[in-house]
Ligand binder design. Structure first.
Ligand code: ZN
Length: 391
């Protein structure tokens, strides 16, 4: 990350250019929102990708546009721009699928009110898909060329775990020798970018007890439910330790009838952690759980499914750069470390510095009041364009 920061006047020039296109960009965002594309909707995904691809092809700095079909599911989209001899590229990552099922648009149509624009999936993250292309357009039209090539990867299955999207992102991160990655997920409250995300793990705890008649001879039984309750209390106590570890037994099942001492019970555990060391610590704890009532047996299975996105020195350097660009654009950029994971976690695990939550400010991701702030569109666009010129 040795590039020179852009000048303040250049930052303002980019901002002005984006602001002059506000109406066109809103029209583009609206068209994307009005094509519903819940994860797994093959035709919705194809239509969204078609619109994005057609628009991207109209940008002079775009070298290639490729739709990657996921049969029975949808399409990923890969846009390459500013390709050049120098090795290493900047990855811009986003997704075109939404959590909103078909018909959401009829219930909650596009609506612009008091500087906010509402629509299903607009904040997470159709507006940001449009913005990624508008950033490339703005740079091209101003004859500005980033030092590194730009690869935009928009996947169609992020909201359901990135089963095929993740290998694609990983491939491009490696193939392009990614210098850094910008993840276009919605920002934290107040427009703060995300410089750390917790890793996640999913575990199951199973308890085998001993059945007995609850009224006649309860002493002959060993309750699996009681044991699970005790284990749950112990595990939840880990939340109090002041570390970055959070643990939640979120689902429990057990027993057969109220008059039988339960012979079996099980719980599903969600764990989160801020560092690799904490993930090893939590795995060690869960692998060595001992029964409180020795007549029962306790088994824990599962593991880590997303590594943490750690706030490394390289991430801090990237954030400081973003903060400087933001100050040239007359706003203060904050940062946040959050519990939720994204594709940024996987990219960070490859050793690539990630700035996440670079999307347009708003609120209500996955909810009925989902919206963006209209006047943040150009500002975010200028921030990211300025960053592309500064890395
Ligand atoms: Zn998202």
């Amino acid at each position: 990350m040795t590039g020179q920061l852009i000048s303040s006047s250049l930052g303002k020039q980019i901002l002005g250019r984006l602001q002059s296109r506000q109406g066109d960009i809103e029209t583009f965002i609206r068209a994307l929102v009005e094509i519903e594309s819940p994860s797994g909707d093959e035709s919705g995904s194809a239509a969204v990708v078609e619109l994005l691809a057609t628009t991207a092809r109209g940008v002079s700095s775009v070298d290639s546009v490729e739709a990657v079909k996921v049969p029975g599911f949808g399409q990923h989209l890969v846009i390459k721009a500013f390709q050049q001899a120098e090795a290493g590229q900047v990855l811009i990552v986003g997704h075109t699928d939404t959590v909103h099922s078909l018909g959401s648009l009829a219930e909650r149509p596009w609506r612009r009110e008091a500087g906010r624009i509402y629509g299903p999936g607009i904040f997470d993250m159709k507006a940001n898909c449009a913005l990624a292309i508008e950033i490339l357009r703005t740079l091209s039209e101003l004859n500005l060329k980033p030092r590194f090539g730009v690869t935009v990867v928009l996947t169609c299955d992020e909201e359901v775990g990135s089963a095929s999207g993740w290998p694609l992102i990983e491939r491009f991160a490696k193939e392009t020798q990614a210098r850094c990655a910008f993840v276009m997920e919605p920002p934290a409250l107040g427009g703060r970018v995300k410089t750390g995300r917790k890793g996640t793990g999913i575990y199951t705890i199973k308890v085998e007890g001993k059945a007995a008649h609850a009224g006649l001879e309860p002493e002959k039984g060993a309750s699996a439910i009681l044991e699970l309750a005790r284990q749950t209390e112990r595990l939840h106590a880990l939340n109090l330790s002041g570390s970055g570890i959070t643990l939640n037994v979120g689902v429990v099942h057990g027993g057969t009838r109220s008059n039988v001492v339960a012979a079996q019970a099980e719980g599903e555990i969600d764990v989160r952690f801020s560092t690799e060391a904490e993930s090893e610590e939590i795995h060690r704890i869960l692998s060595s759980v001992q029964p409180v009532d020795e007549r029962t047996k306790v088994f824990v299975s599962g593991g880590i499914n997303r590594p943490p996105m750690e706030r490394t020195p390289a991430v801090v350097e990237l954030f400081e750069k973003a903060r400087s660009v933001a100050s040239y654009l007359d706003f203060e950029l904050g940062e946040a470390q959050v519990g939720g994971a994204s594709d940024g976690n996987f990219i960070a695990a490859l050793g690539v510095p990630v700035l996440d939550g670079l999307g347009i400010s708003g609120d209500g991701a996955h909810a009925v009041h989902e919206h963006i702030e209209a006047d943040d569109i150009a500002r975010r666009g200028a921030l990211i364009a300025g960053l592309l010129l500064s890395v």
